[in-house]
Ligand binder design. Sequence first.
Ligand code: IDP
Ligand code: MG
Length: 143
Amino acid sequence: MPVQETTLVICKPDAVARGLVGEILGRLERRGLVLVRAELRSIDAGTAAAHYAEHEGKPFYQGLIEHITSGPALLAVVGGHSGTWRVVRQMMGATNPAEAAPGTIRGDLALTMTENLIHGSDSAASAEREVALFFPGLPSAGR
Ligand code: IDP
Ligand code: MG
């Protein structure tokens, strides 16, 4: 099935440090999503600030930026048939792992808000913006 829609996934530095990148990407692949692009990269402060601009000024912002820039992260563009960002969000589980359902990535593998393993775009517009931020020049799927 051709990739019609892509979304950005970040296996955060805690996922890389814990050796859970294969587990996380494996879950997405077994679901039927495909890897369009993947790169292990340390996210610089400027890119982190642009990525998380919506959270600037919130109490957890500084800790969030510190964590996401703390070491290598696995950046992935993940593709699917349609509604791809929503499928990934469902598989991630709630932001707070303590409230994430069993069977989700956070619900099975994480315990704390900061170290919750994975980022996934939260809308089609966010997906487009975030893929372009981390992989400029990558053609958008389905267009
Ligand atoms: P999301 O990752 O599920 O989309 P967002 O609300 O976009 O959640 O928040 C971005 C990230 O900021 C979360 O994944 C989490 O790591 C962190 N975060 C969000 N809210 C809190 C909080 O109340 N305390 C600590 N960290 C938080
Ligand atoms: Mg978010």
